[in-house]
Design a protein around this ligand. Sequence first.
Ligand code: ATP
Ligand code: MG
Length: 325
Amino acid sequence: MTKRVNYIAIDLGSANTRIYLSDQGLALDEPSVVAVQKKDKYGQILAVGREAIGLVSGASSALKTVWPMKHSVKANFPLILEMLELFVDQSVFSCDIQRCVLMAMPLFLTKAQKKITLETVVTQTGALLGYFIDPNMAAALGAGLPVTTPTANLIVDLGARTTKVSVISRNKVVYAKSCPEGGFKIDEAISLLVREKYHLLINDRQAEDIKRRIGAASPSLQVDYLEVQGQDLFSGQPETVNLDSEEVFTIIDERLKSIIALVHSAIERVPPQLTADLAARGLVLIGGGALLRRLDFLLSVETSLPVRFADEPLTAVVKGCFLSK
Ligand SMILES: Nc1ncnc2c1ncn2[C@@H]1O[C@H](COP(=O)(O)OP(=O)(O)OP(=O)(O)O)[C@@H](O)[C@H]1O
Ligand SMILES: [Mg+2]
């Protein structure tokens, strides 16, 4: 009798970590964030994910949140590993079934860091094997695209730290490229706009909130407004400004330029025999950053292709890791 194997699929994302188990489906979907003591540079983790955010917002100023994959990954690598171990602990429980780990890693980790990360999870879960999964193939599989057929599958994954574009056909990644643009950079640009134009300091969560509520990839006829409270740069006092969607659009538009160039570069690489197919099937969007309002519209105008979202754009990569088994 062959023994059943349980698969543990993990998408370690710079903003969100997702874990998918063969016997359970999506078992964990949490922000890649930890809570530590403010004074500890690489301090002991007190909580991870949403619990970390809740702990810091409700607690004394002695605690802070750290997003270990947002800035200097090198310095925060031990924190990334520890955070991941805690996520695995929360979702994978001990059992005597054989296990196999399937993992998509952030592109910015070094080869050695990827190896250590996979080995850590394999050891922690007592798995027999662990495999790196190509995030582009995972994205296409998770989006339900017909990767094995001789068609052109163009997929755009707009994440928090990187945007990945790939063309997949006959079970092969024909073309793949990425750029260091995504949701984090847009949030930073919004913070900068508020600081330079209104001399107001806001935090990362406020910047993200502005993006989600009045940010867009192309202008609309109706202007939306949002009241934002921050700290005046000069007086240090709380101050409120009224932001409008037009000024937010202007700075988002600037950040989207390299993403559009990346998509164009992929389209140019589609083999001539597949261009008619591409024109009919269009491109598929995944990743949280792709939820930016009217991004699908902007990309369809820029590329003259039909654009659609995968059914589950946020969990396509982790599901695709699992499906690659
Ligand atoms: N409605 C929305 N509008 C705009 N941006 C959004 C929206 N919802 C989520 N996002 C952004 O999506 C990003 C997170 O997406 P995702 O979970 O795909 O990233 P990730 O996989 O962790 O990142 P990466 O793949 O770059 O490592 C964040 O920057 C978040 O602000
Ligand atoms: Mg991702």
